[in-house]
Design a binder for this molecule. Structure first.
Ligand code: UD1
Ligand code: CA
Length: 459
């Protein structure tokens, strides 16, 4: 089988982004643009991905660690043709192989579009297939020039074109599939005698056509797909497109999204059917939601695993696990390494960190629960605080099944409250409480009669 190699051009800085980060590392729908391009390219069947890097190369390599791509360094950005020349060793082994060239800043392209392009190249035994688009405003792009018979003759860049050439609305999207042999031959012949003093990859087409090779322009069905991101404004536009695609994908699988324009779901997120997502919900990272949940409004979950039948209202959760049939919120903060089991109630203004909470337990209002293990059907009264940090070390609290913690109790860790034990409201518990005991740890109330003299206050 012919070898399929994808070259992803990503050496430029992306000046118009006004960023310290290379342009291709800016994220769309939670994924760096260059990674998004790699995903699409792989889906289209190009398993071997070569990323051409230059500006802040180490950052690009770091973000793509473990993604099974190789890197080619382009020390100086002397043009797109020069960039491809640096990668020649990656594809010269199989002259009958195919080489996809794509930019790292075109995250909206679909894998079908790329697959179609490579099929056109292969089926027609062409030297190249060029993805083009018809734009109302073609300014800035290379224009696809054709002869009277309508056959493509060359591509001319904005800065090199005559007014007549620049009047053409068919543009070069910068995505191509080449047959390796003719590409290698044509690359030898390009130079940098043009307005920008660059080695243009686009010059290979005229060379190929003159050598009698076939070059086929393929107009994209959806010109929006070919959009390149050059500025933050375009980044936001691309993000929106991908976000809506993700929402539509989930809706097609049986998820209800009340207002897709105001729901932010990153690409790797999974949501089960009959779950309803309310406006202002952000599901990020590796978050997974089960079936029959109601999430939102205004809920942000980052790397959170959520089971089935949960209601989460105004919750911020990160790196934690939620079981089934829980009622959480409003205004709840779930911090890393929290594990909630089933049928739990967590109410307003509650923070839970690095704790396990077993079935049926209630933390209804104004609670800090950190580094603790709570059994089944425990009740924390309003204002309960686990005091787990002594200034140097963190300690754990353990509260066993059916224990009842009175309002405004401080549980000073390490401490253990036994099964069915009670603590009196306002207690500061520093010693273990045996099972079924009532622990009272507060000053007894004293009423001093006649404290207020008749002449103390005058109306
Ligand atoms: C290029 C095409 C133009 C097309 C447009 C589509 C050429 C000469 N022109 O123009 O016909 O309409 O894309 O967006 O190819 N890069 C490198 N190394 C370099 C130069 C560029 O890696 O030496 C990378 C950039 O990081 C970028 C991509 O190649 O990802 C495109 O380069 P850019 O300079 O933006 O090309 P355009 O001038 O837009
Ligand atoms: Ca340029």
């Amino acid at each position: 089988m012919a070898e399929l190699t994808a070259l992803i051009l990503a050496a430029g800085q992306g000046t118009r982004m006004k960023s310290n980060l290379p342009k291709v590392l800016h994220r769309v729908c939670g994924v760096p643009m260059v990674e998004q391009v790699i995903r699409v390219v792989r889906e289209a069947g190009f398993d071997k991905c070569v990323v051409i890097t230059g500006f802040k190369e180490e950052l690009v390599r770091k973000d793509l660690e473990g993604k099974n791509v190789s890197f080619v360094h382009q020390a100086e950005q002397l043009g797109t043709g020069h960039a491809v020349m640096q990668a020649i060793p990656e594809f010269e082994g199989d002259k009958d192989g195919y080489v996809l060239v794509i930019c790292g800043d075109t995250p909206l392209l679909r894998s079908e579009t790329i697959r179609d392009l490579s099929e056109v190249c292969e089926k027609n035994q062409a030297a190249a297939a060029v993805l083009t688009a018809i734009l109302d405003n073609p300014f800035g792009y290379g224009r696809v020039l054709r002869d009277k018979a309508g056959n493509m003759t060359s591509i001319v860049e904005q800065k090199d074109g005559t007014p007549e050439q620049l009047a053409v609305h068919e543009i070069n999207t910068g995505t191509y599939v080449f047959k390796a042999g003719p590409l290698l031959d044509a690359l030898k012949k390009i130079d940098n005698k043009n307005a920008q003093g660059e080695y243009y990859l686009t010059d290979v087409f005229e060379i190929m056509i003159k050598a009698g090779e076939k070059v086929i322009p393929v107009a994209a069905d959806d010109a929006d797909e070919t959009m390149g991101v050059n500025s933050r404004i375009q980044l936001a536009a691309a993000d929106r497109v991908l976000r809506l695609r993700k929402a539509e994908e989930l809706m097609a699988e049986g998820v209800s999204i009340i207002d897709p324009e105001h729901t932010y779901i990153e690409q790797d997120v999974k949501v089960g059917k009959d779950t309803v997502l309310l406006p202002g919900t952000m599901l990020q990272g590796k978050t997974m939601i089960g079936e029959n949940c109601e999430i939102g409004p205004d809920t942000q979950l980052v790397n959170v695993t959520v089971g089935a039948g949960n209601h989460l209202n105004r919750v911020y959760g990160h790196d934690c696990t939620i079981g089934n049939n829980n009622e959480i919120g409003p205004f709840v903060h779930l911090r890393p390494d929290t594990v909630l089991h089933d049928h739990i109630k967590i109410g307003n203004f509650v923070e839970v960190k690095n704790s396990t909470v077993d079935d049926g337990t209630k933390l209804p209002h104004l609670i800090y629960c950190g580094d603790s293990d709570l059994g089944k059907n425990v009740n924390f009264g309003c204002g309960t605080v686990t005091v787990n940090f002594d200034g140097k070390n963190k300690h754990r609290c353990r509260v066993d099944d059916h224990a009842f913690i009175g309002c405004n109790t401080n549980l000073v860790a390490p401490v253990h409250v036994g099964e069915r034990a009670f603590t009196a409201a306002g207690s500061t518990i520093t010693k273990d409480v045996p099972a079924k005991a009532l622990s009272v740890a507060r000053a007894r109330q004293t009423n001093i009669k006649g404290w207020v003299k008749d002449d103390t206050y005058k109306d």
